[in-house]
Design a protein around this ligand. Structure first.
Ligand code: F0G
Length: 460
């Protein structure tokens, strides 16, 4: 008997997609200065720009929206969310924020000072931005496998313990306010961190008297990979794995727009009351009073339900299965992608795809533009544009990986949409040898430039 897989949910409401032609898209992207962030949503047919805040909420989440308590102080929605976060993560204290980078801003306002060093696996760009903004340095201690396209290591999000210990030995603990482990590691391809690695980092952190924080934006997807890839976890529940992951940390920052299954929101979790109190002052200044911190009561309610839904096996199976499906379709066409496939996205390797485009002409951005014009699919460049200039030399930084990320929103697209993405990419692949020139910058911001950069096509 053939056993057909089906998603453990069905559709109750639909949003129409605006269809467009390649000719229209060619004009739109020129008007948008070859920056995909400048496009209007109706100019995009399948939007894989990000999995952040783009997911579909469940009917239970929408029902919870209706019972939100909008009291300025002492809201029951806050209490409900606090109890859920305590239960799922084990962190006793929490502060709501309006999104993940706001959590970083509040936490780093307490902890990170000029000249400090913040080691971890590859930091996400807003995390790095908030560290560098404070004239501190984010040091990437990722394992070498993370940058090796031939490696199929199941936990490419891990840190190299030798690299990390070297940093901890070379600098006094007073210069290292915290270690940040990003789960899963977005920058290197949505790759997970193993429980073993997390445990070892925690041991190192304790040994050197340094705090360990988890950037938990995709913590549930990380837990799924531990369950399915790491020895000893097959029979544990996702909730048990999640509790163990967070047990190794002193706190967490969270972008609830990912594994919180909501469209906006974030939080900081703390084990220590003193640090929580210090951060509270900044939260009140930047985000709002402790019991809402930039979130509406109804949004806190929806997040509490979302955290429960995202930490179930059935949900995570459907989620990772669809990402894998897209990865397999693209791989079968011979197109180079980062493997193993990430938890939230497929990362197409642009240097292998467009070998004729020089790195100075941004091959990944060039590929993302070609895919958009070809198929109306919007991905995002994770390469030299996003890597910004070196804060000291102001020279372009060329990261080891130059990729186009196709991030899949949660519970939004069908497998047919994934098929259309693979087909569009295939059409670009077939004419790849004709693509010999990329883009050059005409305007850029000093930091996080990829959001607002303006580009022009390099003329042959
Ligand atoms: N940490 C990680 C690992 C992230 O991926 C993001 C956001 C943030 C922190 C910041 O959270 O957006 O809520 O302020 N990533 C999005 C992305 C933007 O497209 O990957 P935020």
């Amino acid at each position: 008997m053939i056993h057909s897989y089906f998603e453990p949910y069905k559709t109750k409401m639909v949003e129409l997609i605006h269809l467009s032609s390649a000719e229209e898209r060619k004009n739109w992207i020129e008007e948008a200065r070859y920056n995909l962030f400048n496009l209007r949503s109706e100019q995009v047919m399948i939007d894989l720009l990000t999995d952040s805040g783009t997911g579909a909420m469940s009917d239970s989440q929408w029902a919870a929206i209706m019972t939100g308590d909008e009291s300025y102080a002492g809201s029951s929605s806050y209490e409900h969310l606090r109890d859920t976060i305590r239960e799922i993560t084990g962190f006793e204290y929490f502060l709501p924020t309006h999104q993940g980078r706001a959590a970083e801003n509040v936490l780093f306002s307490v902890l990170v000072k000029k000249g400090n060093i913040v080691p971890g696996n590859s930091h996400f760009d807003t995390t790095k931005g908030h560290i560098e903004y404070r004239d501190a340095e984010a040091v990437d201690c990722s394992v070498e496998e993370a940058f090796d396209l031939n490696s199929r290591d199941p936990f490419k999000g891990n840190v190299d313990l030798g690299k990390m210990e070297k940093i901890l030995k070379e600098h006094p603990a007073s210069d290292i306010p915290l270690i940040i482990m990003t789960l899963t590691c977005n920058t290197t391809g949505g790759q997970p961190v193993s429980m073993e690695n997390l445990r070892a980092v925690s041991r190192l952190a304790k040994q050197y008297g340094i705090k360990l924080f988890i950037d938990g934006a995709r913590f549930a997807e990380n837990a799924w990979f531990i369950k399915t890839r790491e020895a000893g976890y097959k029979n544990k529940t996702i909730r048990e794995i999640v509790r163990e992951m967070f047990s190794y940390a002193d706190g967490m920052t969270m972008s609830s727009k990912k594994d919180g299954l909501v469209n906006i929101g974030g939080f900081i979790g703390f084990r220590d009351e003193t640090l929580f109190r210090e951060a509270t002052t900044f939260n009140i200044m930047f985000e709002g009073f402790i019991t809402y911190g930039g979130m509406a009561g109804r949004d806190m309610n929806a997040l509490a339900v979302g955290l429960r839904e995202s930490t179930t096996e059935k949900y995570l199976e459907a989620r990772t299965r669809q990402v894998t499906l897209l990865g397999e379709m693209i791989t079968k066409l011979g197109i180079p992608v980062i493997q193993p496939y990430g938890g939230h996205a497929i990362f197409v390797e642009a240097l292998g795809f467009l070998p004729h485009v020089p790195r100075e002409e941004f091959p990944a951005q060039t590929l993302a533009i070609e895919l958009y014009v070809e198929a109306g699919v919007r991905g995002v460049e994770i390469g030299a544009l996003m890597a910004d200039r070196d804060p000291v030399t102001r020279k372009n930084r060329f990261p080891d990986l130059e990729t186009v990320r196709l991030a899949i929103p949660r519970r939004v697209y069908s497998d047919n949409h994934m098929k259309a993405v693979a087909e569009g990419l295939h059409r670009v692949w077939q004419r790849r040898d004709t693509i010999r020139h990329g883009l050059h910058i005409v305007h850029e911001a000093p930091i996080l430039r990829h959001f607002t950069v303006e580009l022009e096509k390099v003329k042959p």
